[in-house]
Design a binder for this molecule. Structure first.
Ligand code: NAD
Length: 246
């Protein structure tokens, strides 16, 4: 059991993170499941995925971040992959500048940039220890289409996801060859968070070459592809059904 690879997927009790956790478990990873509050759902999920365990932590809290990595390593004794997926957003019209308050800016930057950064920093020794020449360890950051194009639920959200992309590239340069660092920039994905986003969904139906939003498992497919490569690093894969071209 101890030589089975271990992946920590933050925010993995719903949406994209849940699909990534399920896909990695199918591929033979032991998965460290995580969320901020839904510990009952997390433990029920852990019971269905062989070798997985659930960890609760608010990654806006620095002490919780430290405990998360400490407890994951204590439980599994190794860490091969970190997926920084946890995130949040609410819709703020881009032209309503005062509605995007400094508190919102600080919160989203902390959640989408500082927290992933610190989780990588805390994981680095374990990731390096797990890496081999044939199978480097890896970090996968879930950014957004909004971090690539001037779009998105709000300007603070888009700016924080753009910063995460730059951090991805900087870390790829810094942490290779032991640790590969990549990002996925999804377009609209059907998750609990976006179920009420009818107007945005309509734009995807009308304008995206694929004429629909994505299913979470389609993001998980790309996550697994990035994980299985031993060579790809510093890449940002836009998975938006071609909306980037519209
Ligand atoms: P979701 O709301 O279904 O899941 C988000 C997860 O993040 C939950 O498990 C939640 O517990 C966790 N989380 C949020 N804040 C946290 C905190 N402070 N501490 C710990 N955990 C926290 O969302 P989703 O739609 O699956 O989104 C997942 C990721 O994908 C996010 O980073 C999001 O920005 C990104 N994304 C989503 C879409 C989309 O259309 N759904 C598009 C582009 C990017």
């Amino acid at each position: 059991m101890n030589n089975m690879r271990v992946a920590l997927v933050t925010g993995s009790t719903s949406g994209i993170g849940l699909s990534i956790a399920q896909r990695f478990a199918q591929a033979g990873y032991r998965v460290a499941l995580h969320s901020r509050t839904s510990s009952v759902a997390g433990m029920q999920l852990a019971a269905t995925l062989a070798g997985s365990h659930y960890f609760q932590a608010d990654i806006l809290d620095e002490e919780d971040r430290r405990n998360l990595i400490k407890h994951v390593y204590a439980q599994f004794g190794r860490l091969d992959m970190l997926v920084n997926n946890a995130g949040e957003s609410s819709i703020i019209p881009h032209d309503d500048l005062l509605a995007a308050t400094p508190d919102i800016w600080h919160r989203l930057y902390e959640l989408h940039v500082v927290a992933p950064w610190q989780l990588v920093a805390l994981s680095e020794p374990y990731l390096r220890a797990a890496a081999t020449a044939d199978h480097p360890a890896s970090v996968l950051n879930i950014s957004s289409h909004a971090g690539v194009r001037p779009k998105g639920a709000s300007i603070p959200y888009a700016a924080s996801k753009a910063a995460l992309i730059h951090v991805t590239r900087l870390l790829a340069k810094t942490l290779g060859p032991d640790i590969r660092v990549n990002a996925i920039a999804p377009g609209l994905v059907d998750t609990p968070r976006t179920q009420d986003w009818a107007t945005i969904r309509e734009q995807w139906l009308r304008n995206a070459p694929m004429r629909r939003s994505a299913r979470p498992d389609e993001i998980a497919d790309v996550a697994l592809m990035l994980t299985e490569s031993a060579y790809l690093t510093g890449e940002v894969i836009v998975v938006d059904g071609g909306m980037n071209l519209a």
